[in-house]
Design a protein around this ligand. Structure first.
Ligand code: PHE
Length: 359
């Protein structure tokens, strides 16, 4: 017994010196303290010994067991468990880096072009009331855009109960920002106001119930339509390409007079489609199909604009005999689609990183 115990201890000490890893220590534990270990076998032999001897050997075996246990624990402590369990050579999972959404990038680009011209950015409210969204903009009660099917009203119930409060709504355009700014600040003003707008349109490739607009306006003593044209031409040439042309088509908005819709010459076919009477492009002698972006028209509509209606100025407490202003509003989603050849507005909102990563 004496001999066995001595050998066992020596053997353990020798092996103990050599082990370095977590796994090796675990093996050693099994080998020297496990059920099939020599030590355990010696313990099972105890009952065969005579009374006194049994007690003495029992104590010796126990003290060896305690010694081995504490040595192993000590070693384990010194080993950095984590380091031993992690395979440092294993390739890591690639990190997905975030990036600016294409609509944010386009929005910022557009704003910075106007900022270069001295416009300041002021954000309006997404939850508006009827007065700011319609009435102050000279949009009459019977105007179809005020219908419940064309605007997201928020507190229908209070209204239906006959309470005479102005209804709240999700703004249907950024034009109410004009009202908020003009009522708070005095001219001269040159302001750009980007943000989300909401319309209960059925969602398809070119409609979304939420999209983005940028409103711009300037008010001063001698502001006229040519300022509007100059500012928009500067924008279109900076944003799209230095050789684009603008076309102003007469239009109607209740809050501007005169009003116009503005087109840029098609950035894909450069307006060539429009010059061909049969709407076919001729490139190096070959007949090509109609330009798919402008559908052969040669022009792309990008925004609405006009001179701020005197009634709107008056509604904001601005003396219209002294001050004039121009205003314009453009759809950021549409402009981004034109610039990057995106044919479905839903792509912006589906959060498919395969699409978003391209920009
Ligand atoms: N608010 C108009 C729209 O949403 C755009 C516009 C803004 C037109 C300013 C003229 C002046 O269609």
């Amino acid at each position: 017994m004496e001999e066995k115990l001595k050998n066992l201890e020596e053997e353990f000490n020798a092996e103990y010196q050599r082990v370095v890893t977590f796994k090796e220590v675990e093996c050693l534990k099994v080998k020297y303290l496990g059920r099939k270990s020599q030590l355990n076998r010696l313990f099972t032999q105890l009952p065969t010994l005579a009374g006194e001897e049994r007690g003495m050997w029992g104590r010796r075996l126990n003290s060896l067991k305690v010694k081995i246990t504490s040595l192993l624990e000590e070693k384990l402590k010194r080993i950095d468990h984590k380091e031993q369990r992690v395979d440092l050579t294993f390739p890591s999972t690639p990190l997905q880096r975030g990036r600016c959404h294409i609509l944010s990038t386009v929005n910022e680009k557009i704003c910075s072009i106007f900022e270069n011209l001295g416009f300041v950015v002021i954000e309006g409210k997404e939850v508006e009331d009827e007065w700011h969204n319609f009435a102050a903009l000279n949009i009459p009660l019977e105007h179809p855009s005020r219908d419940v099917f064309d605007t997201f009203y928020l507190d229908l119930e209070t209204h239906n109960k006959g309470k005479n409060r102005t209804r709240h709504l999700l703004r249907s355009h950024t034009s109410p920002s004009q009202i908020r700014v003009m009522r708070q600040r005095r001219p001269p003003l040159a302001v750009i106001s980007p943000g989300r707008v909401y319309r209960p349109d059925e969602v398809d490739a070119s409609h979304s119930f939420m999209f983005h607009q940028i409103e711009g306006f300037a008010v001063g003593e001698d502001i006229n339509f040519s300022h509007l044209k100059g500012v928009l031409l500067y924008f279109a040439r900076s944003f799209f390409s230095p050789d684009v042309h603008l076309r102003f088509r007469p239009h109607f908005f209740p809050f501007t007079e005169p009003s116009a819709e503005v087109d840029i010459s098609c950035i894909i076919c450069r307006g060539h489609s429009r010059k061909k009477s049969d709407n076919k492009l001729k490139v190096s002698g070959q007949q090509q199909r109609k330009c798919s972006v402008c559908k052969g028209k040669g022009w792309l509509e990008i925004l609405g604009c006009g001179m701020i209606h005197p009634k709107v100025l008056a509604m904001c407490g601005i003396d219209f005999s002294k001050y004039r202003g121009f205003a314009f509003g453009m759809g950021v989603d549409r402009i981004a689609m034109l610039k990057y050849g995106i044919d479905d507005i839903r792509l912006f909102y589906e959060n498919d990183t395969r699409f978003l990563e391209q920009f």
